[in-house]
Write a protein that binds this ligand. Structure first.
Ligand code: DNO
Length: 388
């Protein structure tokens, strides 16, 4: 049994068209109703409209990414009870429309972060990059977060200052903009003041509190998901450690084990992102897949290359630190055991060829993802034959 191949589509305004995704060989599409405000209900009408677009293009809407969790839910204040009630309704509406996997994350304020969204590879293609000193420089000297100084060693502070001085004004502005891109699926970046205000609202919320809020959320929504036949899939933190003084609680094997145990239902599962977990050397990706295989509902296959200084770039799908051969082999075994086909998407991809001229969502140009998918598919095809 092969993985269910999908690609992410940002909706009708995406430069990458549904026909492109179909030609890439995908049977499924991963999308979200980005126009609906976070916390509001996804009505069956809206869901059906989107579903029809996808079906008219000859594919199925297999996975929602994401049904976003509001900041109020993460902080447990403001309108969080109403948002949780709305979340349940949205899950039921999605189920009524036949959509069974729902991805979300529990990262405070900012989703994924990169210092460089067009890092030039030796072959001229562009990749996403996370530069540790660049990030510290942003925190200390561009965002000027109160309290940041105490969190970085003197050596790091000095090195970050030197790094920043090595950049010209344009490059400094670019660094700032890249980090505040924040939310995939929207063109709006945060302003520094917005981020500082949002950070202020997290004062007093440490990892333990955030974990309690996640468990509360799961205890509320997972039974509803289970009854409706929906599988929840939490996306890990990216990068997988605390940033800007904010706690992050889905970064390690122990984090995943904790959240799966805390609500022990098959509907409470993982979006297993090999790129996010893989940015930490202490995450053994294949061992994690072995352990959590029964609760993996969605796969993001992507590779990162780390260096000794804590930087990483997004490598080609079969390059990088994660052994994709071993990952796919494990996935095939899980699928055989569970007798299902797990939805997978090639996550991110290099900007290359004609796409170098286009403005796509960072990481989501068509050709790089098509290349990634084709390579992953090849490995899977060969392994599947060998394992029979
Ligand atoms: C980045 C994505 C994430 C992911 C969310 C899920 O490219 O993998 O933004 O969609 O964290 O909620």
């Amino acid at each position: 049994m092969l993985m269910h191949q999908t690609m992410r589509w940002y909706g009708p305004q995406d430069v990458v068209k549904l026909s492109d995704i179909r030609q890439a060989g995908c049977a499924g599409v991963v999308t979200a109703l980005h126009h609906i405000p976070v916390g509001a209900v996804w009505t069956t009408d809206e869901i059906k409209q989107r579903k029809k677009l996808i079906e008219d293009a000859g594919m199925t809407w297999t996975v929602v990414e994401s049904l976003p969790v509001s900041e109020d839910i993460k902080k447990q204040n403001g309108q969080y009870l109403e948002h949780i009630a709305n979340y349940k309704t949205s899950l039921q509406n999605l189920a009524a429309c036949g959509i069974e996997v729902v991805t979300y994350n529990f990262m405070p304020i900012l989703d994924w972060l990169r210092t460089d969204i067009a890092y030039t590879m030796p072959d001229g293609s562009k990749a996403l990059y996370f530069n540790r000193l660049g990030f510290i420089a942003f925190d200390l000297y561009l965002l000027k977060r109160p309290g940041a100084k105490e969190e970085h060693s003197l050596t790091d502070q000095e090195a970050a200052a030197a790094y920043l001085n090595s950049l010209n004004k344009d490059e400094q502005e670019q660094l700032f903009r890249n980090l505040l891109l924040g939310l995939p699926g929207s063109d709006e970046a945060f302003t520094a003041q917005q981020v500082l205000d949002a950070l202020e609202n997290y004062a007093g919320i440490n990892a333990d509190t955030l974990r309690k809020h996640l468990v509360y959320f799961l205890r509320e929504v997972v039974p509803v998901a289970e009854a409706a036949g929906v599988k929840m899939a939490i996306h890990p933190d990216d990068p997988p450690y605390p940033v800007l003084g904010l706690p992050r609680i889905v970064s390690t094997e122990a984090d995943a084990a904790f959240l799966l145990q805390s609500v022990d239902s098959p509907a409470n599962g993982l979006c297993f992102c090999t790129g996010s977990y893989g940015a930490r050397a202490d995450n053994d990706i294949v061992a994690m897949l072995k352990r959590f295989g029964d609760r993996v509902h969605f796969l993001h296959l992507r590779n990162t290359k780390r260096d000794a200084e804590g930087n990483f770039y997004e490598a080609a799908h079969l390059a990088g630190d994660t052994d994709m051969y071993a990952v796919i082999k494990e996935v095939l075994q899980i699928q055989q055991r569970r007798n299902i086909s797990i939805p997978m998407r090639p996550d991110h991809g290099h900007q290359m060829l004609d796409d170098l001229q286009k403005k796509t969502y960072p990481g989501y140009s068509a050709i790089g993802r098509l290349k990634g998918l084709a390579e992953l598919r090849g490995v899977e095809y060969a392994l599947d034959k060998m394992m029979r």
